[in-house]
Design a protein around this ligand. Sequence first.
Ligand SMILES: C[S@@+](CC[C@H](N)C(=O)[O-])C[C@H]1O[C@@H](n2cnc3c(N)ncnc32)[C@H](O)[C@@H]1O
Length: 253
Amino acid sequence: MQIGLVTLFPEMFSAITEHGISGRAIRSGLIELDYFNPRDFTADKHRTVDDKPFGGGPGMLMKTEPLLASIQAAKQALKARQLTGVPKVIYLSPQGRTLSQALIIELAQLDSMVMVCGRYQGIDSRVLASEIDEEISLGDFVISGGEIAAMALIDAMTRFQPGALGDAESAQQDSFSNGLLHSPEYTRPQSFAGQDVPKVLLSGDHEAIRLWRVKQSLGITWLKRPDLLQTMALDKEQEALLAQFIAEHKRQE
Ligand SMILES: C[S@@+](CC[C@H](N)C(=O)[O-])C[C@H]1O[C@@H](n2cnc3c(N)ncnc32)[C@H](O)[C@@H]1O
């Protein structure tokens, strides 16, 4: 996957390029990042990248010409390296579609994309209309720039690149991948703070462990995020396991 990043702060991306699973995926070439800094596309001696909003008001906007030039350079660079297809251009924005695991899985299938990281009070609406294919938000809150949102998106998509994870199945089992939260997990020691690891996990009985995990995953979702269950069609096995979990939970109350 090739990603062109339009950003005033390319150095911020060392957080994902130098560490962990994303760092390994980038070093091995599974993900390629290229940076397009609007500051490199300025024509004045101060290399100005901000400008006042028409109509007044607090704050500045990203200056239009360097922003446009950097987005177009990112698109051109990606197009030149691809045989087909036009890269999708994403603007990280609090006004966009909220990032979800379903959206990550959809975007992770793309070969290339441009991510525009806003700064100041954001970008000119005409740049939005002419250059951006989709706005994507981290959630209903405002951060100071799009870089952290872009890094979250890249890191999450990395988990779905074949070969990026030691165990390819682990991304499929992550919370939200199947619409549910992940079941609880335990590691050593077997007894800790007066609590033991559930016996079934020590039993070696793979089918019993599978059923326990499905039941816990349904139950944890029911307890913590009941909204997720409302939009899901459970199969017969899941319905029965959730009913068991709820009955056991009520008995313990
Ligand atoms: C201070 S914010 C601008 C917010 C803008 N004035 C508004 O209220 O919609 C600066 C930049 O941070 C990024 N940003 C802020 N919140 C975000 C969020 N929830 N998700 C993704 N990007 C965000 C965007 O790229 C935005 O252009």
